[in-house]
Structure formats: C-alpha cells, structure tokens
Design a protein around this ligand. Structure first.
Ligand code: MEV
Length: 414
C-alpha cells in the first residue's frame, strides 16, 4: 500500500468499482483526510455516521443536550421522548465513583512466598511509577495501590490501581504496567507473561435513577390500558431481562444504543465501554439486564449502574475536532460528569424501549423512519422526503408505488 493517503485513495478507487456517490461519501475535506491518516494506519477517508442531538435532558438539575452518533433510526427520538417524560419530575439523579482503573501484570512461576511479597510491594511500585504518573498526581489522580490474585492456571495477576482523572487511561496504564515489570519480577520471583490495562473498569462505575409518578405514563397508551397497568408491565418487562439471558441481551442492547452512540460522538473507546458493560452484566455468572424497575407509592422508579470508562481528555477525545464539538454541546463536562450523563442516557433509552414494547409495540414508532428511507430510495430529496414519507406511512405501498407517488407529488401545483 502506498504511504500517503491520496495515493492510497487513487489506487483503491481504480482497483474497485466504487460509484461516485459512494466514493464522495468517504471523502470529507482534505484536512480531515489528513487527520484520519495521522490517527490510523492505511486510512482512506472517513465514515460519516449521522450525528443527532437529544436535547432536553435534566441530569442532576442541569439541562444537557446529548450528541449521539448512530445509524439506527428512532434511537434519538426515543431518548428525547424519555428525557421529556422524566424531566417534568426532576429528571435523572446520577452518581459516579472515582475514575479508578487497573493496569495488570501477569506473572508465571510465582511461589506462595513470592505472592506474599508481591502483596506488600506497593511502595516499590509507587516509586517506580512516580515519574510517569506525576502529571496525574498533580491533577489529584495517580497511584492508588496494588491487588494480587492467583488465577486457576496458577498465574499470578497483579492489579496496579490508578486514578486516571479525565483520561480513559489506556496509554498511561499500559506504560505503568510495562514499567512495573522488573520490580514485580524481583518481588514475586517469577516471570512476566504479559502486561496490559484491564478494560473491565469495575471500579469506575456510574449510575442513574429516576422517579416518575405513574400517571405520567398516560401518554400514547393503547385504548383501555391504564397508566398503572403500563407501569406494572414495564416492571414485568424489565424483570424478563433478569431471568432470561436471550431477553437480557436485547434489553442491554437498547441501553447501549444510547451509551455507545454518546461514546462514538465523543470518540471514546466504544469497544472498551461495551465489553465492560457486558462483563458487568454477567458478573454474577449469568448475563442479566443492567437496569431495574419498581413501582412503589404510585411512582415508577428506574435505576442503572455499570462501568463507564468515559474520558474527556487524551486519546482521540480532545484530539479530533468532531469530538471536541460534541464535548462543547455537552457543556464541556469532566469525565465523571460525562459518565453520569451516559448512565442517564442509557436508562432513558431503556425506559423508552420498555414503554413502547409493553404498550403499543416498537414497530409503530419505527414505521415513520422506515417511510423516510423508502422515500429516499425512491428518489425523493429535500422537502419531497417529508411529503412522500407522510403519504407512504399512511398507506401500505411497496417501492414501485413510492416512485409513482413521488411522481404525483412532483406534478402537483406548488
Ligand atoms: C432496538 O434497537 C432496541 C430494543 O430492542 C431494546 C429492547 O428490546 O429493550 C427496542
């Protein structure tokens, strides 16, 4: 592959039959192409995933607009709907632990005495890492201790706990893990097999809850269904995700619709956040739903807590201008506030999905978005998309009908 992006692009375009529209969609501007080339190997362009804003969230008494990068229709509309539903009664209350992450060093051939020595070698490790962690210490973070565990294979795992403040911490933790190797080999008497951060982020959790008078659910309910019955059904629907793994996966996918799209909009590490969320969901040995609901004293309560290693500094987050724009929309939060907003968004997404699922069903709301895509495929552009989508949603028409309808719209006097 040629070394510079423009030659790579030329080669690629001539090697594969990529249409003009498809090619232009990857092209963005020349400076962004150059930036892409700096960010990843073998870059050929950028993928323009839609970015929307779920405004009107109240998180701990403060209004916040949440940028979401996602290809799936209806997710942002669902978030906005839940934000308004919950916002009338105070919105979401959230919390976050300190941003503690673990750099892990795995050692083979460590005796029982070596394991004991490892458990008391924190001062030595702290001293070794003083330089690399100095800037974190200045910002109130840094070394927080070590933890030792023997795994079933007999390998010993040493967790070096570091408060990473506003960073995701991967680079810093990996450097720390590698620098600590000689000190740990000396203390433990074994050999290091590998050294890397853990993405589990079990200590770096955020949560959100809301309390909603049940009567507030009396919107868009099917005829004959009371708000109390809708609330009961939400609780029962959420409980399914506690007793059935196949339902829990879909339940949590809905939660991650919100969290992952915020992670992508801010160029946080979506894979790390998702892996940690799913591991947390399975922490008891069975994969379960991440949220819980109850009805008590005429109020529906929803709650969620999970690891959320969101960063607002370092990595791509404060590097790429698009991520900086997303942070500006969010009011430039610190990492813990961003994690708390993510928890609120995940819970909002889940509430909207459950309410739709246990009342009118999910498809009703989706048809509007399906009709807009159908209109686009039929060739509608600009105002035509809305006009044709409205007509398509009102009748059961296939693609051929969509084109005929579009023709009729175009022939109408303006
Ligand atoms: C769709 O992207 C998400 C849902 O399937 C979530 C759920 O079933 O809870 C609607």
């Amino acid at each position: 592959m040629p070394r510079d992006i423009e030659s790579r692009r030329r080669d690629l375009q001539s090697a594969f039959s990529i249409g003009t529209e498809e090619w232009e969609s990857l092209s963005v501007t020349a400076p962004l192409r150059e930036l892409a080339d700096v960010m990843v190997e073998s870059a050929v362009g950028c993928l323009p995933v839609p970015l929307g804003v779920a405004d009107g969230f109240i998180v701990d008494g403060q209004e916040v607009s949440i940028p979401m990068a996602i290809e799936e229709p209806s997710v942002i509309a669902a978030a906005r709907f839940a934000a308004r539903l919950v916002g009338r009664d105070g919105g979401f209350t959230t919390w976050a632990t300190e941003p503690l992450m673990a750099a892990q060093v795995f050692l083979e051939g460590v005796s029982a005495q070596g394991e004991t020595r490892l458990a008391s070698c924190a001062p030595r490790v702290r001293e070794t890492l003083a330089g690399p962690l100095a800037s974190l210490e200045r910002r109130g973070g840094g070394f927080r201790g070590i933890r030792v565990a023997r795994l079933p294979s007999s390998t010993v795992r040493v967790d070096i706990l570091v408060d990473v403040r506003d960073a995701m911490g991967a680079n810093r933790l990996n450097t720390a893990a590698e620098l600590a190797r000689p000190a740990l080999e000396e203390a433990g008497g074994g050999r290091v097999l590998m050294a890397i951060l853990s993405n589990a982020a079990e200590e770096r959790r955020a949560g959100a809850r809301f309390v909603l008078p049940v009567d507030r659910l009396a919107v868009r309910l099917p005829e004959g269904m009371s708000a109390a019955e809708a609330a009961r059904r939400i609780v029962a629907g959420a409980e399914l995700a506690q007793e059935d793994t196949s339902r829990a996966v879909t339940h949590n996918k809905g939660i991650m619709n919100g969290i992952s799209s915020l992670a992508l909009a801010t160029l946080n590490d979506t894979r790390a956040i998702e892996a940690a969320a799913h591991a947390w969901a399975a922490r008891g040995g069975t994969y379960r739903g991440l949220s819980r609901y109850t009805v008590e004293g005429g109020a529906l309560r929803g709650e969620i807590e999970l690891p959320l290693a969101f960063a607002t500094a370092g990595g791509s987050v404060d590097f790429h201008p698009a991520a900086r724009a997303s942070l500006a929309i969010l009011g430039n939060p610190d990492a813990r506030r961003l994690a708390r907003i993510a928890a609120a968004l995940g819970l909002a997404q889940n509430l909207a999905a459950l309410l739709a699922l246990v009342t009118s069903g999910i498809q009703q709301g989706h048809m509007r978005y399906h009709a807009a895509r159908q209109a686009w495929r039929a060739g509608a552009r600009g105002e035509e998309v809305r006009l044709l989508a409205r007509e398509l949603a009102a009748r059961t028409a296939g693609p051929a009908d969509a084109e005929a309808l579009l023709q009729k719209i175009r022939e109408r006097p303006r």
